[in-house]
Design a protein around this ligand. Structure first.
Ligand SMILES: [Zn+2]
Length: 445
């Protein structure tokens, strides 16, 4: 007996599919995607008017477990991810201790196997302790990680980064870089623009990012090693990456939903969750990011999920650590920023959230092809809702979207054919499934 998701709009960008189809899940795998699969012998869930897509792949998640479990742990973070439609997440190396040794990564993997609700992949540190002083043991890390990165820290020393790229080459893992020149960024708290001036906040100029992007592109070009520039935020960065791609530099990049949707204006009132790294930029920057995503300069969308504990955001703006809890708003914010205003179509956004990030990191995810693991998301693209951080499953309540109306929601997520999240309104549809198969349905409020 299988689970038949019947009559949904199936968007599988890896296969170039956007059509009404039935999807049959059997034995934890995609058994078939076809028009009118016979119902007999299967449990049927009617998903007409809904979208069925590969489960989302979030390549930039700061779970902070071990070391920061007052903010989030593997259990809460993966539950939040499942609710957001994310079935594979990539855990950043900024844990404590940092993921600069296989033992740390294996510890996270063990907790993910025990408590995790979605698939957890790992980034290994590029330098020991993310300190930017000496290389981490890349060879020892390579078998257990899908990329190397010091994110959220930039690598300040160009010579060390050059050496790191050279050492990383034989392992065929991309190096993920956060681009910021510390001398230009200084100790800023917001984009260097009108809003920072009004609020009396020290600014971070766009140049702080663009100087680092230019440097990192030159190093990628010189070494021939794949680099992925994460959470880029400025028009100049988009232009530099566009030019580099034309020259054939092996570079990919991602952007967060908050940089696609919001501008520096959102900082007004010192709202928690708007203190992000890089800062929310100008309207021109946001428009350039949207354009970069539309023309393919920007490859992927990632949450940069960085939850904070309530006591950490109940302080003045300059004392607040940077970060936004983003797993539960990744999909809705991306759809609201891009599909609502007609910048790109739904299939392109789904691609940026599924098979493109999967292929950047060589992850076995992001596709509904026959025999692929049945990791998928059912999306209600018309569902309007207001972001309420009190309802988050993430322990981080710091979101720049609090109180905002967004459109589009994951109503169910499956990992290896098991329902790992299900919206209350959709539970009835799947409740027939529970009685008839071994699928477990969890109803969330
Ligand atoms: Zn990040």
């Amino acid at each position: 007996m299988g689970l038949l998701l019947a009559g949904g709009r199936v968007i599988d960008p890896a296969a170039g599919m956007d059509a009404v189809r039935d999807v049959l899940v059997e034995g934890g795998r995609i058994a078939a995607v076809a028009p009118a699969i016979p119902r007999e012998g299967h449990t049927v869930a009617d998903v007409s008017d809904l979208v069925v897509a590969p489960g989302l792949v979030d390549l930039n998640v700061h779970l902070g477990d071990p070391g920061f479990t007052h903010r989030e742990d593997v259990a809460s973070g993966t539950r939040a991810a499942a609710r957001g439609g994310i079935t594979s997440l990539v855990c950043a190396a900024d844990t404590s201790p940092a993921a600069d040794h296989p033992v740390v990564v294996e510890g996270i993997a063990a907790r993910a196997a025990r408590d995790g609700r979605v698939r957890v992949h790992h980034i290994g540190a590029l330098t020991k302790g993310l300190r930017g002083e000496e290389l981490a043991p890349l060879g020892a890390l390579a078998p257990v990680v899908c990329a190397f990165s010091d994110d959220p820290r930039p690598v300040p020393d160009a010579s060390l980064l050059r050496k790191a790229l050279t050492y990383a080459r034989p392992f065929n893992r991309p190096v993920i870089l956060r681009c910021e020149d510390a001398s230009l960024a200084g100790r800023g708290f917001a984009h260097e623009g009108a809003m920072a001036a009004v609020l009396g906040l020290r600014g971070i100029p766009s140049l702080a990012e663009e100087v680092a992007v230019a440097r990192d592109l030159l190093l990628a070009e010189a070494t021939g090693v794949r680099v992925h520039l994460t959470h880029i935020s400025t028009a100049g960065a988009v232009r530099l990456i566009r030019e580099a791609k034309r020259r054939g530099v092996p570079v990919t990049c991602d952007v967060t939903p908050h940089h696609l949707m919001l501008t520096e204006e959102a900082v007004e009132g010192f709202r928690p969750g708007t203190r992000v790294q890089p800062p929310l930029r100008s309207a021109q920057d946001r428009d350039a990011l949207r354009e970069g995503l539309a023309d393919g300069t920007i490859d992927a969308i990632a949450s940069d999920h960085r939850p904070l504990a309530p006591e950490e955001v109940a302080v003045e703006y300059e004392a607040m650590p940077p970060g936004a809890s983003g797993l539960e708003t990744l999909l809705a914010a991306a759809l609201t920023a891009l599909v609502e205003p007609g910048i790109v179509g739904l299939p392109r956004v789904i691609a940026c959230l599924t098979h493109v990030p999967a292929s950047i990191l060589d992850l076995p995810a992001g596709s509904l092809s026959p025999d692929a693991p049945a990791d998928l998301v059912v999306i209600d693209p018309a569902c309007e809702w207001v972001v309420d951080p009190d309802q988050f499953l993430s322990r981080g309540c710091n979101t720049p979207f609090a109180g905002m109306r967004v459109r589009g929601r994951a109503v169910a997520a499956l990992v290896a054919g098991q329902v790992v999240a299900c919206a209350p309104g959709f539970a009835n549809t799947l409740s027939q499934v529970t009685g008839a198969s071994s699928t477990t349905v969890e109803v969330r409020t």
